[in-house]
Design a binder for this molecule. Structure first.
Ligand code: FAD
Length: 478
């Protein structure tokens, strides 16, 4: 019998699992995919929003500001890349300047530090903005984080502290039996005292297994372009257009790896996992980005991607706040966690774990994850010393992102380790660069097979069935 069962291996499941791991509770996480962070938590703008935008008095406003303040400690403890670079919302017209005034009032009400800057002040700190920009709202507490790394690191640390994680477990039904629940997946039953629903765009389906339906998730897709890292000072802050009814609009932002993100679009889609991109939408994103920067170096574009927001509405079609409540005893919905869900995730976890009764703190809880290697960031002397200690760190597998065999092996053998080529790519970045894995993908596959003691033919790119090799032409069968 588990004390707590979490459905969903996204950033919300991760932060809750880690928070629960401080207590002597028997906790398990069920995730339907082959890896954690496979859905929205790895396909977003990666912004730790300051909290200037959500309506004052909402859970979104409260948890965004609280979550933002928790990021320095979380990033340090989990060794996750995070930088407080600040965000600026740019106004190009008189009407937009009026919207900025409203946003400044919201910032004030939400307790978010801000400053209004004029065109010349903005040009000094962001030289590439358009001449049309009139004013900007600078929020210095905004940051950028590596969202996938945060999700993985939270699970790794939770598992180091005793939490169990089962992948490829799709929850099909939940039944209350006496004082506990029986949660059934395609091949197993789990008994638990508490259920936490952190199933992202599927959260309404999970709710409906236990409660009367009271909300619907309408997935709203956002498409992006990614530029290679070509100039670290090209864009120094996260730059937003003024928000509209569809959300915060198109932004340009550096990532923690000095790539640049341009997007997202915002269109409702039928399929909860539709992450396709199309030329027309990308063209519209480019047009909106032109309101921020005159000329964007699209020759540096290396990829497009998309993620689905878990937009929640009530049964009358009215948009909802984050839904975080113990809807029936011991069943906690954490649903409708669209933006700023990433920024709010540590505070959401604290709020949810506070709802669990009868917790006893562990004496041996360790909040710190073993640091990752990140060879590329080290100076030459440190690299030399590290390679002497572990020669596999001297063998570079991905030349675009300078990733060594030693780092790939390390990410496979940690708790919540990589099992697929995409899992390795997201953890230590081979395949994230200009060639997008053209040169290193097969080598990564061979390392995975060797380290996991699998046949190389069985290594998957990502989801189950995504084989990368068709036939083994090596007569010795290696
Ligand atoms: C385009 C876009 C931009 C965004 N930008 C930002 C931003 O800059 N800053 C910010 O703060 N927020 C942002 N967000 C929001 C943020 O990404 C989300 O709030 C956050 O990732 C939600 O995490 P989650 O764990 O709830 O969902 P997910 O990451 O989707 O995780 C849910 C998990 O549940 C699993 N699951 C579902 N059904 C089942 C089942 N039956 N059984 C087992 N497992 C199941 C799924 O496979 C999935 O892994 C953005 C979102 C989008 C789409």
């Amino acid at each position: 019998m588990y004390d707590v069962l979490i459905i969903g291996g996204g950033v919300i499941g991760s932060m809750i699992a880690r928070r629960l791991s401080r207590y002597t509770l028997k906790t398990v996480v069920l995730e339907k995919e082959d890896d954690v962070g496979e859905e929205t938590s790895s396909a977003n703008s990666a912004i730790v929003h300051s909290g200037y935008d959500p309506k004052p008095g909402t859970l979104k406003a409260k948890l965004n500001v609280e979550g933002n303040a928790m990021f320095d400690d979380i990033a340090r403890e989990l060794d996750v890349q995070f930088e407080r670079i600040g965000s600026i919302t740019l106004a190009n017209t008189d009407e937009e300047v009026e919207v900025l005034k409203d946003l400044a009032k919201r910032s004030e009400a939400n307790g978010v530090p801000y400053k209004i800057l004029n065109h010349d002040e903005l040009k000094e700190i962001e030289p590439n903005i358009t001449d049309q920009v009139k004013q900007g709202l600078l929020c210095p507490t905004a940051g950028i984080v590596n969202p996938f790394e945060l999700t993985v690191a939270g699970f790794e640390n939770a598992m180091d502290n005793g939490v169990e994680l089962f992948l490829n477990q799709t929850v099909k039904s939940i039944k209350r039996v006496g004082d506990h629940f029986v949660v059934t997946t395609q091949d197993k039953e789990y008994e638990t005292k508490y259920v936490i629903n952190a199933a992202g765009t599927h959260a309404d389906e999970i709710n409906d297994m236990v409660n009367e339906p009271f909300f619907r998730i309408k997935p709203r897709k956002g498409e992006y372009m990614v530029l290679d890292h070509f100039d670290n000072s090209y864009c120094r802050h996260t730059l937003f257009n003024v928000p509209s009814s569809k959300g915060k609009g198109v932004l340009i932002s550096p990532t923690t790896h000095h790539n640049y993100l341009i997007g997202p679009s915002a269109e409702f889609v039928d399929d909860r996992e539709d992450v396709s991109t199309d030329a027309e939408t990308i063209k519209n994103v480019k047009e909106q980005a032109r309101r921020l920067f005159d000329s964007i170096n699209y020759r540096e574009q290396i990829r497009t991607f998309a993620g689905d927001r878990a937009y929640a509405e009530d049964l009358n079609g009215k948009g909802m706040d984050f839904i975080i409540e113990e809807t029936t005893p011991h069943f906690i919905n954490v649903a409708g966690i669209q933006s700023p869900g990433l920024a709010s995730s540590p505070a959401i976890a604290r709020m949810v774990v506070d709802m669990i009764e009868d917790k006893v703190e562990k004496k041996d809880y360790n909040p710190t994850r073993r640091p990752t290697i990140r060879l590329k960031e080290k100076d030459l002397d440190t690299k030399v010393a590290l390679v002497k200690e572990n020669p596999k760190l001297g063998k570079i597998v991905c030349r675009c992102e300078t990733v060594s065999e030693g780092e790939i092996i390390d990410c496979i053998h940690r708790n919540c380790g990589a099992r697929t080529i995409k899992g390795v790519k997201r953890r230590v970045r081979p395949g994230m660069g200009k060639c997008q894995g053209g040169f290193c993908q097969v080598e990564v596959g061979k390392i995975l097979a060797r380290e996991l003691n699998e046949n190389v033919m069985d290594v998957m790119y990502g989801k189950t069935g995504s084989y990368i090799l068709k036939e083994n032409l090596n007569k010795e069968g290696k």
